[in-house]
Design a binder for this molecule. Sequence first.
Ligand code: GTP
Ligand code: IMP
Ligand code: MG
Length: 340
Amino acid sequence: MGSTIIVGGFFGDEGKGKIVAHMAFADKPTIIARGGIGPNAGHTIEVRGQKFGVRMIPSGFVYANARLLIGAGVLVDPRVLLSEIELVGEAKRVGVDHRCAIIEQKHITLDKEDPHLSLTIGSTGTGCGPAAADRARRTTIQASEVQELEPFLTDVAAETNQALKANENVILEGSQGFGISLYYGIFPYVTSKDTTASQIAADVGVGPTRIDETIVVFKTFPTRVGEGPFKTQMSEEEAKKLQIEEFGTVTGRQRRIGWWDPKMAAYSAMINGATQVAITGLDKLDPNVRGVDRYDDLSTKVKTFLRQAEDEVGIPFTLLSTGPELAEIIDLREEKLYHA
Ligand code: GTP
Ligand code: IMP
Ligand code: MG
């Protein structure tokens, strides 16, 4: 396996957390390193009925044998990070790149009070946009200057590249999604940085020639939180009738729900350079497949959807999620075959 990047293919909240956690148990990486913007992300992982939501530490924390690293590109809110470290209860595994930029209270206040950010864009209010702006102005402080972070400081790029040199497995975890990329989303309804695979590699400090696989995660019914265009959005009534409503991990806001968008999926897979696709929410398409863990046991409805989607995107769908629980997944990565 070597190195694998996991990124979101729609507007975020595709279920990257669950996919990363599954891959961690399956592939036994020595390092799970997070890229992406910062604590605006909210990953949900459900293991044996227990539900965890994390914003700063990598979602692979449920797998006990990997280093949990935060790359230099990520904005760190020390309060959020330290409380999550306590939640995980394994401080020794967590490493923060000494070059990470720090989110301070003033960034959070501005994010919540600036009407452009909080109302027009509908930001998460976690301080990410203002901190990213200050980082570009070169006025932020770095993780190396925060006393409480001292025990966790490391060179994430060096650790990760050393692991790859030693032929160990490494997972590079993205956050947010393609549709809210600062570069490729519909401006200005986007987050404060690019969200594609190349950005995640840069965030962690791994060069493009050292990436082996890029997995783009889609969900059967894309969702969007905050403002901005959403071409395939359905009405609230439709979502309610289908029983597929969702609420945000960080803000608790109701997510807008849409229909599968093959054009967006293909475009996003192209710019991410996807080598494989993971899809979540097959149980939302057909509740009868909830928990199915063998391809042959999927219903005709789901198999037909998968065949068509694989054809539209042009990349093999290798991780098929049939429910929020960690074990509810079909892993076809060994086969890497088209089913079309
Ligand atoms: P960001 O980094 O914030 O973009 O989040 P994320 O991609 O990690 O996704 P998040 O956890 O915010 O949202 C995904 C939601 O879908 C969570 O509530 C998961 O528990 C749930 N989920 C994941 N896979 C499946 C699935 O196959 N079926 C269903 N029904 N729910 C799923
Ligand atoms: P910000 O990143 O908090 O500035 O928010 C900018 C836009 O991106 C808003 O529309 C947010 O709702 C959206 N956004 C930011 N992070 C996430 C995420 O993790 N999942 C989904 N949407 C997000
Ligand atoms: Mg989320």
